[in-house]
Design a binder for this molecule. Sequence first.
Ligand code: BES
Ligand code: ZN
Length: 436
Amino acid sequence: MAPQLDGYFSKVDELSSHFIDRLSKAVAIPSISSEAARRPDVVRMGEWLQTELKALGAEVEMRPLGKQPDHPELDLPPVVLARYGRDKSKRTILVYGHYDDGRMFGRGSTDDKGPVLGWLNAIEAHQKAGVDFPVNLLMCFEGMEEYGSEGLEELIEKEGKGYFADADAVCISDNYWLGTEKPCLTYGLRGCNYYSVEISGPGADLHSGVFGGTAQEPMTDLVRVLGSLVDTHGKIQIPGIMEQVAAVTADEESLYDNISFTMDNLHESLGSKTTIFEDKKPTLMARWRYPSLSVHGVEGAFSAPGAKTVIPAKVIGKFSIRTVPDMDIDQTNECVYKFHTGKWWVASPNHWNFRAAGKAVERVWGVQPDFTREGGSIPVTLTFEQATGKNVLLLPMGSSTDGAHSINEKLDKKNYIEGIKLLGAYLHYVAEEQQI
Ligand code: BES
Ligand code: ZN
């Protein structure tokens, strides 16, 4: 029998302006984890979350994570651990999200404050609708995801059989739909190895009029090094990388045709037609199951507008490789200097956790979700899987056009409100699966 969800759904609609207000408060806090000067805002965001959770009746613990390894003067923002419900007859679902904002400008609406608040809103709507909460919830919300989840791996490993011991499954809402119409459930992510390469020569910056043509220039060498890593078709030029990639199986060949994704979706997200491939299948394969190498920036290079004739004395180039099955981190690192890494993750979508989410998507959105993998990385996904020994599901809220990490990041109202219904409905189907 399908669970009774009408009371819950109509309460979510009734409370929608309150939920939007809650998201606007969260988005107003510029909790940018990569900027040291913003650290007090990240901490304030964690504390705000604690207050909201407590008001909903959750038991909350703020866990300090110590100092930031590459900025020893900075405290890492705390992890917010929370528990809602302790009914032994119910299943327990562990949910993870992050309350920091991405990169320089990201406002965090879709990545990942909207989804994090989705869980809080689901609790509140149940309370106000007088509907019994179908499961126990364990929550783990961190403030450093966009900077590589510093310090969290150790905590998850330690708490796998501690704070998280009761978890029957894990649900992470920190990704996006493939397009704008159809939800998906995600069972794989690429890993991310991040590298920096430092080139120096002269003891100080030089004037190119005086020293150009007589001194070795670090920037010229760096451009050459970065330019040698990947060609203009996205082909990684470092020997020994592609050789590690798992072969395409016959089953996999047919997988991509059925996915609702079009090149138009991609053009819309890019805001241009500058794609490497013309067709859907090689595009999806490049995003999900092949590695890629991206060049991100150069520290120390002149970047202001206008002409300046300096020769920088020292420059640091930054690039990363997204990794896939069966790549080995150490083997991949043999050629390049290791900065920080997170391994790829692929799970089995044939588990009650995915079945429950699939039913919830059908109920809320009226369509069967696509089963997808993703090109992005959430390094702690695999850590949760290994530390709890349970199935992990990725259940996105936002869509492909949200522009996570961009200056105009957004989350559509429909995705937020229906997404709150989806998260709640998923928990009901989890509870129902238990009875079957
Ligand atoms: N929400 C993203 C992860 C993601 C990206 C999922 C694209 C699906 C598609 C997350 O907040 C993120 O950006 N993670 C970083 C991790 C990195 C710092 C190790 C990423 O992927 O760059
Ligand atoms: Zn995210």
